[in-house]
Design a protein around this ligand. Structure first.
Ligand code: NAD
Length: 481
């Protein structure tokens, strides 16, 4: 049996050993999940809610333990891990509680031609949902799919990132404690090959969170068997600062949105477009606060060592283009850490603006108008989230942005609101997790009709009469009005 070793990104030391799951092991987990899914559906919303609430309570009671494991595997401060867990628990509890409300059968009007029929829509779980997750928020991010898929009545086979297998394994163990041998939630640790095996297995739906490049491969693999996918990918989220913004609050929040978790946040801000009237004030404040930050204290190292090359390439590209480093320098990458880096005077086609950096870096561009800020924000190939700062125009600006989520006078807030769908557009992916839409993402719709009483005339048999044809004609004229 091959082994997957988990290393500390801070020290390089080994933290744990897990199974590097083979294609056969993945297939076996999926086959058992297919059996478990039937029972899981049969116990109904109430039965599932009871188990998912017990799971949430168990995770909550062992928060310190899992926070330490998250901190060890990702390198992030433990307090950040605690925040991540509490957001996860709020989603898990919400999904368990609200599934009956949003997935219950709904009645529909049958229309005049079929007025004798009852019409309804049922939301049917797919069966087995494969979940493939990244390492940056190793509990929060995959649970956005796992919790909602389970609450909707599916069994789940989860492939955590090869950089955080311990967190994935822990989730599997704790679920098994509240529902022993239920065959409902499986964790298959392993690398990319294990993920590939999951995309080729007998799953009924796949939820992927990770890079756009991998998402395209995953979607292509699933397309060959018409397996539907939900894809949560990267972004280069903008922060737009209008002339009437509360500059102190904007600077403080955007700095955190860009640098926390060492910038390894899909919905982290990577580029600022600030109105020229307040640009000097904004720059002075964000640079002053940023200079207080310490890599390794306020945030951890790059969790995935190869990302340091990407971050460095973006910084070198900026340096070669003659950009101004307001904070940090061309030598900001000091493995395994990256110094907080703020860059200005940079062309829109530079790597730091056009590609996802995924490091504690931020670009600042002065704009003459909000129309220019909106156009530049929308020029990105990504469309995940955005942050808008304005006392009067927040909603007006937000409504013109081509992205899935916007925080007005705040950052990242949408991720913590369980009732809101989470996801993006363009290269940031499609489909939604979280909220009612996130529950429905893990079901397909079944429309059901049946007669409440039989009419004396018939439209859908070969016995349709001339009189019935006349009724159809008159009804059609009425409908076309
Ligand atoms: P990644 O694409 O390298 O890997 C993601 C997962 O896919 C891993 O578990 C990996 O083992 C697996 N994988 C790799 N190749 C595969 C293949 N061919 N088939 C199936 N599975 C395969 O991404 P990452 O580096 O782990 O995560 C960082 C990325 O995730 C960033 O781009 C970030 O923006 C994005 N992200 C998005 C969201 C969101 O909700 N939109 C949340 C967190 C992270």
């Amino acid at each position: 049996m091959s082994t997957l070793i988990s290393y500390s990104p801070r020290t390089g030391e080994e933290i744990g050993r897990y199974i590097d799951s083979s294609a056969e092991q993945v297939q076996e987990a999926v086959a058992r999940a297919q059996i478990g899914a039937k029972h899981w559906q049969a116990i109904g919303f109430g039965g599932r809610k009871a188990i998912l609430k017990q799971w949430a309570a168990l995770i909550g009671s062992r928060m310190d333990e899992i926070a330490e494991l998250i901190a060890a595997e990702t390198g992030k401060p433990k307090s950040d891990a605690m925040l991540e867990i509490s957001l996860t628990l709020s989603h898990l509890s919400w999904a368990a509680k609200k599934a009956p409300r949003y997935l219950g059968t709904s009645r529909r009007a049958p229309g005049i031609l079929l007025a004798n029929m009852s019409a309804k829509v049922e939301h049917v779980p797919y069966g087995v949902v494969g979940v493939i997750g990244p390492w940056n928020y190793p509990i929060f991010t995959p649970m956005g799919s796992i919790a909602y898929a389970l609450a909707a009545g599916n069994a789940v086979v989860f492939k955590p990132s090869e950089f955080t297998p311990g967190v994935g394994h822990w989730l599997g163990e704790t679920f098994n404690q509240v529902a022993p041998n239920a065959n409902v939630f499986f964790v298959v640790t392993g690398g990319a090959e294990t993920g590939v095996a999951l995309t080729h297995s007998a799953i009924n739906k796949l939820a992927f969170t990770g890079s756009t490049a991998t998402a395209k491969k995953v979607a292509a693999a699933c397309a060959t068997r018409m397996i539907p996918v939900v894809l949560e990918c990267g972004g280069t989220d903008p922060a737009i600062i209008d002339a009437d913004a509360d500059i102190a609050r904007a600077a403080e929040n955007v700095l955190w949105g860009a640098m926390s978790n060492a910038g390894q946040t899909c919905i982290g801000m990577e580029r600022v477009y600030v109105h020229e009237a307040v640009a000097d004030q904004f720059i002075a404040q964000i640079v002053a606060m940023g200079s207080e930050l310490k890599a390794g204290v306020n945030y951890g190292p790059a969790t995935m060592p190869s990302q340091l090359k990407v971050i460095d390439a973006h910084i070198q590209d900026a340096a070669q283009r003659g950009a101004t480093f307001l904070l940090g320098s061309a030598s900001s990458v000091q493995p395994p850490f990256v110094e907080p880096t703020i860059i200005t005077d940079l062309a829109e086609e530079s790597l730091a603006i056009s590609e996802e950096t995924f490091g504690p870096t931020l670009t600042i561009t002065r704009v003459a108008s909000m129309a220019d800020a909106i156009a530049k924000s929308n020029a990105s190939k990504y469309g995940l989230g955005a942050s808008v700062w304005s006392k009067r125009n927040g909603q007006t600006i937000a409504s013109q942005l081509e992205c899935g989520m916007v925080s007005i006078n705040s950052v990242i807030a949408f991720a913590g609101v369980s009732t809101l769908p989470f996801g993006g557009t363009k290269d940031s992916g499609y489909g939604r997790i979280h909220g009612p839409e996130g529950l429905r993402e893990f079901t397909y719709m079944r429309s059901v009709v049946g007669p409440i009483f039989n009419l004396p005339i018939t439209f859908t048999t070969f016995k349709r009469s001339a009189f019935a044809d006349k009724v159809v004609k008159n009804a059609s004229k009425f409908l076309a009005r």
